[in-house]
Write a protein that binds this ligand. Structure first.
Ligand code: UD1
Length: 416
């Protein structure tokens, strides 16, 4: 993507459905032989990659106007091979529903990931505690539970988003009651639990860090609306603030970004909650430094760390950004420094000394959120920035080119 920087962004961006809810919600089709209808599903590369895997497992679907109708009458294979899983780590979500419905699963180990180790040990631990036998053979997580899964008490030693979702899918069809402690409470996780209840599951404690699940014999079909993507909304909020513009984030749910918006206000942005969205602008043109660290919800999300770092590059002083979730999520920083940013990394913390402006340069994207951070940097920089290896962006941002252009950005894809 070639970006001509220096244009103030003004306008309205309609926020798409949340990728990190759409993916687990789609996987829930594996838990029932009845139709699941999902509305407001974003048209993203990750959604299509997951659809290909679900189809391989026996799901049939239609996807029109952001409504996804899916039905998995029969599961035709319990193997999720590497070719599907390597494209998208969220494929690990298929593990529990396959075991819960079929008594066995062979899901490829996801393998390397640009932003860190991203273990799946906690996904496996849950199934073992619920009575499954698990072995790693030929790069596959081979899981067997011929007599079904049995409810028990499980405390997560670390908060994990997909780990909680996999545990929920194991527990809803297990014998007896499961108590999950120290679960993730990200809005995507609580919404996912609500979908499972719509399908006939018995989950209580939704929204808290302890969930109690009474297993049922069977789940049924459901119709469900995907909430707006808070990470996409936060990204456009930073675009407004960093370019000294004003963007109305249509459909954005203020409550899901409450802490993030408080931080943005500390940096000088005006944030106004309205009936159908949130208006973000940077009134006086000065970006104040403000230090953040990432942590599980409701704290500052790791998925907005790279974008926030770009904002702080232009701050009026010195700020620090600490990444506590993933151990290798500063790869955008080397590229930002090539654009004139002054950043010093010390372990998990990046100390950022604000500069008056960034300068356009060719840069290389490494992962989804790093990609969008480099686009933001290009938008605020003087001159032209070319972001290479941009394919990650379409995994997580629907129509980003058009959405930015509608607000006055000047950019083009030189290659699809
Ligand atoms: C999800 C999101 C991702 C987001 C992340 C953090 C989806 C599809 N992906 O990823 O976009 O960046 O949450 O909000 O929703 N961990 C283990 N063992 C495990 C599981 C996790 O050690 O078995 C560690 C991870 O390495 C990481 C931390 O726990 O350090 C949190 O990871 P987790 O919340 O599981 O992230 P994902 O669910 O992969």
């Amino acid at each position: 993507m070639k970006i001509e920087g220096g244009h103030t962004l003004n306008g309205t961006v309609t926020i798409s459905g949340a990728k990190n809810l759409a993916l687990p919600a789609m996987v829930a089709t594996l838990l029932t032989d009845q139709p699941i209808i999902l509305h407001n599903v974003p048209d993203l590369a990750d959604v299509h990659s997951l659809l290909a895997l679900l189809e391989h497992l026996g799901c049939s679907y239609s996807f029109e106007n952001r409504t996804l109708t899916m039905c998995t009458k029969n599961i035709v294979t319990t193997e999720a091979p590497y070719d599907f899983v390597r494209k998208m780590r969220a494929s690990i979500l298929c593990l529990s529903p396959l075991v819960a419905r079929c008594g066995s699963a062979e899901v490829s180990l996801p393998g390397g990931c640009a932003i860190g180790l991203r273990g799946v040990d906690l996904h496996i631990r849950t199934l073992v505690l619920m009575g499954a036998e698990v072995s790693i053979e030929d790069g596959l997580i081979k899981t067997n539970a011929p007599n079904g899964l049995t409810g028990c008490e499980i405390e997560f030693p670390k908060v994990t988003v997909t780990g909680t979702e996999n545990a929920l899918m194991a527990a809803v069809l297990a014998k007896g009651t499961t108590c999950l402690m120290n679960v993730a409470i990200e809005p995507e996780v609580t919404e996912f639990a609500k979908l499972l209840n719509l399908m006939g599951a018995k989950i209580t404690g939704i929204g808290t860090s302890t969930l109690e699940i009474e297993g049922v014999d069977k789940l049924h079909g459901a119709e469900f609306e995907i909430i707006p993507d808070r990470i996409e909304a936060g990204t456009y909020a930073i675009a407004a603030s960093a370019t000294h513009g004003s963007i109305f984030l249509k459909n954005c749910l203020y409550e899901h970004l409450q802490y993030f918006f408080t931080v943005l206000q500390q940096t000088g942005a005006n944030v106004t909650k309205q009936a159908d969205g949130v208006l973000v602008s940077n009134g006086n043109g000065i970006i104040q430094p403000y230090c953040i660290y990432t942590a599980p919800y409701p704290a500052f999300p790791t998925d907005l760390q790279a974008q926030y770092t770009v904002l702080m590059c232009l701050c009026n002083g010195t700020a620090s950004v600490t990444e506590n979730i993933f151990e290798n999520r500063f790869m955008h920083i080397q590229e930002l420094m090539r654009m004139g940013a002054r950043i010093y990394i010390d372990g998990k913390t990046a100390r950022i000394v604000g500069v008056p402006s960034l300068k356009g340069a060719p840069v290389m994207a490494t992962d989804l959120r790093a990609s969008v951070a480099l686009i933001l940097a290009g938008l605020v920089a003087e001159g032209t920035t070319t972001v290479h290896r941009l394919y990650h962006i379409d995994r997580g941002y629907e129509n980003i080119d058009d959405k930015l252009r509608a607000c006055g950005a000047v950019l083009e894809r030189t290659k699809q």
